[in-house]
Design a protein around this ligand. Structure first.
Ligand SMILES: *Cc1c(COP(=O)(O)O)cnc(C)c1O
Length: 394
């Protein structure tokens, strides 16, 4: 049996998969079993922030797992404590953290924090959380319900937990807030929803409103966190101080890890929340090294240079292809090009692959680019050369 047959017989059919078989990875370049190489403008959906086959992360993981991989959260875990300290240092916030294994799970933690806060801090119960249309917060039963995209609320999985409501526009959020609302949960730059950044003044207005009205502001930074925008957190870029922030994707460089952090440090007591794997030696040691690498790249100016270079290439590509694209969107290395129609997007996506370039779609009409933050100038050049070839025949 070949890989496709083994996969189809034994793995649940939840992904529309491409059966390329990647064998080697080096920074933003992947090589398949037929020795074809691909430039990776996806980072495995914003995950491989430090590139494929990163030597420093590999050495850190090897050293850690040849000693201690896992002990359980019943004992102190040094790399976990150091990672939390590092995240506070890089973000400039003073928060306490809980480590989970994914973005959805980090958001579950955020929702639990908000609900407990609403239970214990007011005379009457507050539990409702307002989110945005087009938002994406995860795939668990609660986080699909928290996601504002209608297509995610399939009857197949109902009933869902209640307490979530949505509005399509940021300035409409205010209308759904009532006496039972405890929190507003948003992405600052919607990822799956179309690489859509919100205007800074609108976010600052919302943050001030939440503060004045005793509402918690939850920022889902699962995709934007760990320098994706050029700043450690998008919340830093927007100059706000959320009550709760969640991270995952890029922080582990490929090792599964998520994090929920809050300035309400005393909200949880032992027994309120937990995870068997969350924050173990393996994932936190890896994540700490990933953040060390990214911190150094930011400090030395390398990250900003990469962003500027990628930006120039993207702008030039966009300007020479305005017959296909009508808008360029995104911030830092979280970028998108809006395509005129869904069919054209599918063609570009497929042609890119055939020309040795991995790209992503977001929503129906956005070509999404999330390269590793360590991508080289040569890889950026080669990627855009391949993208030009991909669109030339359309
Ligand atoms: C990917 C993503 C999630 C879900 O993360 P998982 O690790 O897949 O559970 C949640 N929120 C946002 C903004 C995301 O981009």
């Amino acid at each position: 049996m070949n890989l496709e047959q083994i996969d189809k017989q034994n793995v649940l059919n939840t992904y529309a998969r491409n059966y390329v078989n990647f064998k080697k990875g080096a920074n933003a370049t992947l090589t398949d079993d037929k020795e074809n190489n691909y430039i990776d403008f996806t980072s495995g959906i914003g995950v491989v922030s430090v590139g494929h086959g990163n030597k420093r992360v590999a050495d850190t993981i090897c050293n850690q797992v040849s000693n201690i991989t896992h002990i359980s959260n019943l004992y102190a875990i040094e790399p976990q404590a150091l990672l939390a300290q590092k995240i506070n240092k890089l973000s400039g916030y003073d928060m306490a953290m809980f480590f989970a294994n994914s973005g959805a799970e980090a958001n579950e933690g955020a929702i639990k924090i908000a609900r407990k806060y609403g239970e214990i801090n007011f005379d009457s119960k507050k539990y409702k959380i307002v989110t945005l249309g087009h938002s994406f917060h995860g795939r668990t039963i609660t986080t699909v319900k928290a996601s504002g995209q209608k297509k995610m609320h399939s009857e197949n999985f109902s009933p869902y937990p209640d307490g979530f409501s949505y509005k399509h526009k940021l300035d409409e959020l205010y209308e759904t807030i009532d006496d039972q609302t405890v929190a507003v949960m948003i992405e600052l730059i919607q990822g799956e929803g179309g690489v859509q950044p919100f205007p800074k003044e609108d976010i600052q207005k919302l943050a001030a409103f939440c503060k004045d009205n005793g509402l918690l502001l939850i920022i889902d930074e699962v995709q934007t966190g760990a320098y994706r925008t050029g700043e450690f957190l998008a919340s830093n870029l927007y100059d706000i101080e959320p009550d709760i922030i969640t991270m995952a994707k890029g922080m582990g460089g490929g090792v599964p890890i998520g994090c929920v952090m809050t300035k309400h440090k005393d909200i949880f007591e032992p027994g309120d929340h937990g995870s068997t794997f969350g924050g173990n030696y393996l994932s936190t040691a890896a994540s700490l090294e990933v953040l060390n690498i990214l911190d150094e790249n930011k400090d030395s100016g390398v990250l900003d240079e990469t962003i500027i270079y990628f930006n120039e290439k993207l702008k030039a590509f966009y300007e020479s292809n305005t017959h296909l694209f009508y808008k360029e969107v995104g911030i830092g290395l979280m970028r998108g090009l809006r395509v005129n129609d869904e069919e054209t997007l599918t063609k570009i996506y497929n042609n890119a692959f055939d020309n040795g370039l991995l790209v992503l779609k977001a929503g129906k009409i956005t070509l999404r680019l999330l390269p590793p933050l360590t991508i080289s100038k040569d890889e950026i050049d080669e990627g855009f050369t391949r993208l030009e070839k991909a669109v030339a025949s359309i």
